[in-house]
Structure formats: C-alpha cells, structure tokens
Design a protein around this ligand. Sequence first.
Ligand SMILES: [Zn+2]
Ligand SMILES: [Zn+2]
Length: 347
Amino acid sequence: MQAAVLTAPGRLELREMPAPDCPPGGALVRVHSCSVCGTDVKMLERGHRDLSYPRVLGHEIAGRIDQVDESESDLSPGDPVQVWPGLACGVCRPCRRGQDNQCESMGILGFNRDGGYAELVALPRESLVRGLCRLKRGADLSLASLAEPLACCINGQELTGVGPLDQVLVLGGGPIGCLHALLARRRGAEKVLLAERLPGRIRMAERRGQSLADRVIDTRDQTIRDVVAEETGGRGVDVILPATPEIDVDCDMLGLLAPRGRISLFSGPRPGSFREVMDIRTMHYRDLMLVGAYGSTSRQNRVAAEMISSREIDVRWLITMRTDLGGVGKALEHAMTRAGMKAVICR
Ligand SMILES: [Zn+2]
Ligand SMILES: [Zn+2]
C-alpha cells in the first residue's frame, strides 16, 4: 500500500509498503479521510515529544472497516468509523478515572504507532475496546476526520470550565481557533472574541459572523488589550484559549484576565519560548488558573464525533483543501503557509 512516512525531521517520503496485518482482537481500517493537523507540521519541521521514526503520520482519521478479528467484535467490513488516535490500556489509574489521554502506557496513532496517511491503518485491540467511534451509514467521513481536533478543544474547554456567562478570548483564527470559538458558543459562552493577524483568515472568520465570534480582532491595527477592555467593561476576559504557537503565555496575558480567569495551555510552547518568571503574585490575588491540555479522552472524542455528525457544530467551511495521498506534501504546505484552514487527505 501507499503511505507517507516521516523518516527524520524534514523528511517525509511517499512510499510503497506492505499492508499491515489485522492485529489479534483488532481491525484494519481503510482510510477515507485523514486531516492535516498543526502537529503534523510541527513533527515535520522539528519532531515531537511523542514521535518515533520511521512513522506513518496522520492522527485525524475516518474510514471504513476493512478487516476485523471476528472473535472480538461485532463490527463488519464496510462499517464507517472515526478513530480516536489514543491506544490506552484501560486499567491504569488515569484510565480508570476517565482520563485515558493521560494513560501511563499511552500509544498514539501517527505519533508512536503508524497512522492514517496510508491506505490502511491497523487498530489494535485497545483501540476497538475504547477508541473506535462508529458512525451512521452515509456519514460524511471527511467531516468526521475533524472530530479529533474538536475533541482536543473539548478537553481544553472542559478543563478550563468554559460555560454560560464566560467571556472568552481565542488567540488565533486557524482551524483550532475556529473550532474553539464554535465550541465556546455551543457551550453557552456569553461573548466570544477571536484575534487573528492574517488577512485571509480574518476574512474567513468575519464571513461566519455571529455564529463564530462576536468580534474578530484584527491584531494588525487593533490591540488585544484595548479590545478586551472595551468588550468587557475593563474587567478582562474569563478564559483565554491560545490556538497559535506564536503567542507566549506570559505576564501580559495574565493582564487580560478577569478575576477567576483561566488560560488553557493548549498548544505546546517551543522550548525556551516562554518566560521563566510568571507573575505569581497576580495569579494569587486574582484567583487565576493556568490549565494544561493535551489531546483528548475517548469520551470527548465520541462527543466530538456526535457534534459533527449531528451538525451541532458546522465544520464544512473549515475544509479548504482536499487531495489524495499523492498530494500529502501540498496538504502539509497548506497547513504550514496558513493560506486556508484544514487540508484533508481523502480517497
Ligand atoms: Zn491533531
Ligand atoms: Zn492506561
């Protein structure tokens, strides 16, 4: 089968490789859609903590069951599925507590197991037990591939407790920023502000109007601080959801928060890119919270897949490029140059 394999930072090869065997108790999925994530770009550019080589990348996967170990499952070939990329043990303490994204022996498809930039992806038994999300017949599989990034946003917003009465600031109007904004709306946020500096993305965000954000802040000619002060009566926002690698979480960001304000540390900061000294005093006096978020749990993934298939969250407009596996380089470039939103590799 054909697959896109990362052999070292900067080296992605489109290769012919043997099709994987169906793992005992597991299944093979014929990939229909695998969307390109900012993390894939990060892996290509400089690697990732959880990545090992050589690796078939791709962790935002939807497809159809191709083969299944029948002794283990009532799945049948042809069934449409979306895949939570985590391979969690199910028995360690985080797993037992529903925090399976923090499994003590976590495997991740597209990180340390082969992922979805291929014709087929092998799902081991753990994946069938908790990670596989069955879809309705006729489900749109390219939209379903966006369930994984949406699930990561759910994780960030659950951990920061985004809800009604919250005024939320999203930093970055790329696919993740937009998913965050749509989700915050869905969770009842009172106000959603979205800051972006690229003209193309600002236009796309503005076109969505109120369904996306109450106000799109063009950071080329507006200061986030001024707009936040104006929109919140000087109080500051309740939650900041950074969705761009370009913004450091530092003292200035704390200054945008209202008392009890929370920041989701959603995208991993570049080593050395954050200030070592936080303004701990401000955090103390204003009850501020910095909350990490990595990946999503299998439950959050199921919630995300349902939100997308029910069109509760409309992600159709976020797909701005479709290509086949041969176009994987172009798809990654689409993400890298930030010309559009999401690129999806599909059959
Ligand atoms: Zn991703
Ligand atoms: Zn576990």
